[in-house]
Design a protein around this ligand. Structure first.
Ligand code: DX5
Ligand code: ZN
Length: 546
């Protein structure tokens, strides 16, 4: 079986992976947060979306194989397997403990090893540089057996110091193993420092190309880029594929990111609740392309992509549900090949149930319809169609609309709720501050009823209001005029992101204060906090910390 996981669900699962991994590491007092976090999106895209595997039948003959050659990323690997359904995630809290199945380095699962391992683990790791050879062996054997399955091997840039990696690379090309995909977790840090100081791997792409591999390079924290690369890899004939995933070691916790100190160090246990809050508090920026100069959608998308935004917000207006007409599914279909960035379609149309299939066929990643435009029955149909197509369903409510009671039973499968902070129809309107208390109340009510998705703030979001809606619980920020109304799009996105970071740091500091670990937290976080000190009004306090 494969997994038809929706974009936002995938993000959420990967967030869960990081949260379980850090809990395990903190409980154990040792382990490798750096590599667990750099590889989280890679393993998540494979296990939750790309690979054919079955947690209920780990030995399934037709399964795709995953060989985790950089085995010290075990906490992240175990968490991925747990979140995928191989064993209960709570077990992560036994990481590295005596008698636990989750030891510091994974052991291949078999009947013989069942007390020292968990189902799903294909390879015993710990000694570096070997996994690719094992992958070559499995890929060759699968071909001889006439099987259609694929072999994925995760390797590290540190372990690529080992000669065996290059012997395996030669062999894979010699045997034209197009059923083998290696992913290089290119985080540029190894045990003792930066890879390029210790043993330079660059130009990594040219090296594998010279070894006759097909090489694709992506941002390894962008699941849409990883998915795109994995799809392309499946089309390559007669060559093994190397996906160079540029990653950041420790990505997800700002003071661990890209810091060699955190290769193999556990955070103090008392920091765990704050770290969990940080991992839960991502910010997704979604520029709305109807804003700014008229149309020119291609260019607007390209510009936003260059600034590293997370999604593209597409406001569909039919001139009936709202007093304006923009574009429909045919336009989205034309824009789709431009970018792998997720498309966040916001349908401001009458009777969305009659048109939903057009937006599914246009390959939107998120489709949100208005609560005012459908009945419960219609919404259930819309949600069902989205779910079966692997699309994230969402619902939007206007400033004066409350959450309808009929929605409550459908929350567990809802990925997004857009809370409008303008009356829909046009970009560039003024934010309605009365929406803030409503957002807080809606957030609470939804969470109480099992909602695990994202609150999306839409309408009049700029640097100032972004902080306010962030504090009220929003994590997806639609920005039309604030991005495209600005002649300096680069600066505009940086400004929005900076404000989300300030809001995050303030929230974490407040949390640390409540736990009576404020000074300790500030000490761990000092270098991160310095650029925000004046906005957070902590300059003196920070200076006093040695
Ligand atoms: C309003 C739309 C919004 C809007 C965003 O009807 O749903 O997405 O255009 O633009 P700004 O950020 O300018 O309000
Ligand atoms: Zn919108």
């Amino acid at each position: 079986m494969g997994f038809n996981m929706r974009y936002l669900e995938l993000r959420r699962k990967i967030r869960d992976v990081r949260m379980w991994a850090i809990q395990g590491i903190a409980e154990a007092g040792s382990g490798h947060p750096g590599a667990s976090f750099s590889a989280a999106e890679i393993m998540g895209s494979l296990y939750f979306r790309r690979m054919r595997h079955d947690p209920k039948d780990p030995g399934w003959q037709e399964r795709d194989y995953f060989i985790n050659s950089k085995a010290h990323s075990a906490p992240g690997y175990y968490s991925t397997l747990a979140v995928a359904g191989y064993f209960p995630a709570e077990e992560l809290k036994t990481l590295r403990k005596l008698g636990s199945r989750l030891q510091g380095h994974p052991v291949r699962y078999s009947d013989h090893q069942k007390h020292h391992s968990v189902p799903g683990i294909e390879y015993s790791g710990g000694s570096e540089g070997i996994g690719l050879s094992v992958g070559v062996g499995i890929a060759l054997a699968s071909r001889l057996d006439g099987k259609k399955n694929r072999v994925y091997v995760l390797i590290g840039d540190g372990e690529s110091n080992e000669g065996q990696v290059w012997e395996a690379s030669m062999a894979a090309a010699k045997f034209k193993l197009d059923n083998l995909v290696a992913v290089l977790d290119r985080n540029r840090i190894q045990q003792d420092g930066f890879t390029e100081d210790i043993m330079p791997l660059d130009p990594a792409k040219n090296k594998w190309e010279a070894f006759n591999w097909h090489v694709i390079e992506v941002d390894g924290h962008r699941v849409e880029q990883l998915m795109d690369a994995l799809n392309k890899a499946a089309q390559v004939k007669d060559k093994p594929v190397m996906i160079i995933a540029n990653t950041i070691k420790g990505n997800g916790v700002r003071h661990m990111a890209n810091n060699p100190q955190w290769h193999g160090k556990a955070p103090p246990k008392k920091h765990t609740p704050v770290l969990l809050e940080e991992l839960e508090s991502e910010a997704i920026i979604a520029p709305s392309i109807i804003a700014g100069e008229k149309e020119n959608y291609e260019q607007k998308i390209k510009k936003a992509e260059r600034e590293g935004v997370e999604m593209i917000h597409l406001d569909v207006m039919d001139g009936r549900f709202v007093p304006n007409t923009t574009f429909f599914a045919d336009t989205i279909k034309k824009l789709r090949p431009l970018t792998p960035l997720p498309f966040d379609a916001h349908l401001m149309i009458e009777r969305p149930v009659d048109h939903i299939q057009e937006y599914i066929d246009a390959r939107c990643d998120v489709i949100t319809v208005h609560a005012e435009a459908c009945t419960e029955d219609e919404f259930v149909q819309i949600q069902g169609r989205c779910l079966e197509s692997g699309i994230s369903p969402g619902i939007a409510i206007n400033p004066r609309t409350d959450i309808p009671d009929w929605l409550l039973p459908h929350l567990p499968d809802l990925d997004v709720i857009i809370i409008m902070s303008v009356n829909p129809g046009f970009a560039g309107q003024k934010f309605m501050p009365e929406v803030l208390p409503k957002m807080v109340a809606v957030n609470k009510k939804l969470r109480d009823h099992g909602f695990r998705g994202y609150i999306e703030a839409d309408g009049g979001i700029d640097a100032t209001t972004l902080q306010q809606v962030y504090d009220a619980g929003a994590r997806i920020f639609v920005a039309g005029n604030a991005v495209y109304g600005n002649t300096d799009i680069h600066g505009a996105v940086i400004h929005l992101r900076h404000k989300a970071e300030v809001a995050l740091e303030r929230k974490l500091l407040d949390h640390a204060t409540r736990l009576s670990i404020r000074t300790d937290w500030m000490k761990a976080r000092k270098n991160i906090l310095i650029p925000y000190a004046s906005e957070l009004q902590i300059e003196e306090e920070l200076n006093a910390i040695k």
